[in-house]
Design a protein around this ligand. Structure first.
Ligand code: CA
Length: 234
C-alpha cells in the first residue's frame, strides 16, 4: 500500500450494486477511500462539489448518463475520470474520450487492470487548478454554481452579477437545497433578526433572483410553495 494511495478518494458511479460493491472492495483493499453513487444526477452534483480525486463513471445511469455527467463536470473541473463502458462498444469509447474522460475500461474487467489504469491516470494528473480557474468549495444546483470563496456565481458557465443581498439569499437557498424555507426563516437568516419591515421583501428578492437565474436559464430553479415559502431544487 503506497503513501499516496491511502489519501486518494474515489467516487464510484455505478447503478448496478453488485458491480459497484465489487469495485469498492477491490479499491478499499488497495487502500483507496471510496464512495458510491447509483444516481446520475446526484453523482454529477457530488463530483461538482469537488471532494474526490478520481471518478469511475458508468455510462448507463438513471436520470443523467455518464457522457452527460462527464461533459457537465468538465465545465467545472479537470478531475480524472475513467469511463466504464459496455464491452466492445466503440461508440462508447469514442464518446467517452470526446466528452473529456481521461481513460476508459470495458466491462467486464480484471481488478488488476482497473487498479493499473487508476494509478496511471493519477500519475498523469497535474492539476493547475480545478479546471475552471476556481479552487475552493462550491454549491451546485444543476448548472448553477456558487463559489463561496470568491463570491462568484455562474450559470451554464457564464458569470452572473448579484447584489450582496441576492447573493446571501441564493446561498441560503443553495445550502438548504430541496428544503422548503419559510419567508420568516429567510428573513431571519438573510436580513437578520433585527430587520424591521414585512416579509414582502423576501418575495421581491426572490423575483430579482428569478430574473437573473430562471429567466436566463429558461428553466425553473426556485420554486414557490404556496402559503409556505420557497425552495431551490434540481
Ligand atoms: Ca449502468
Amino acid at each position: 500500500m503506497s503513501e499516496t494511495a491511502k489519501k486518494v478518494k474515489i467516487m464510484i458511479v455505478e447503478d448496478e450494486q453488485r458491480i459497484a460493491r465489487f469495485i469498492q472492495m477491490q479499491l478499499e483493499h488497495e487502500g483507496f477511500l471510496t464512495e458510491m453513487e447509483p444516481n446520475g444526477r446526484r453523482a454529477y452534483e457530488r463530483i461538482a462539489q469537488g471532494h474526490y480525486d478520481l471518478v469511475l463513471l458508468d455510462v448507463m445511469l438513471p436520470e443523467m448518463n455518464g457522457f452527460e455527467i462527464c461533459t457537465a463536470v468538465r465545465k467545472l473541473s479537470d478531475i480524472p475520470i475513467i469511463m466504464l463502458t459496455a464491452r466492445d462498444d466503440l461508440d462508447d469509447k469514442v464518446n467517452g474520450l470526446d466528452c473529456g474522460a481521461n481513460d476508459y475500461l470495458t466491462k467486464p474487467f480484471e481488478p488488476k487492470e482497473l487498479l493499473a489504469r487508476i494509478r496511471a491516470t493519477l500519475r498523469n494528473y497535474h492539476p493547475a487548478n480545478d479546471g475552471d480557474g476556481h479552487g475552493g468549495p462550491r454549491l451546485v444546483c444543476r448548472e448553477l454554481v456558487m463559489y463561496t470563496d470568491s463570491y462568484e456565481v455562474t450559470l451554464k458557465g457564464e458569470k452572473i452579477e448579484l447584489t450582496k443581498k441576492e447573493y446571501l439569499l441564493l446561498e441560503y437557498l443553495l445550502r438548504n437545497k430541496r428544503t422548503v424555507l419559510s419567508r420568516n426563516q429567510i428573513l431571519q437568516e438573510v436580513w437578520g433578526y433585527d430587520y424591521i419591515g414585512d416579509t414582502n421583501v423576501v418575495d421581491v428578492y426572490i423575483r430579482y433572483l428569478r430574473s437573473k437565474i430562471d429567466d436566463v436559464a429558461e428553466d425553473k430553479y426556485i420554486h414557490t410553495m404556496r402559503g409556505i415559502g420557497y425552495v431551490i431544487r434540481d
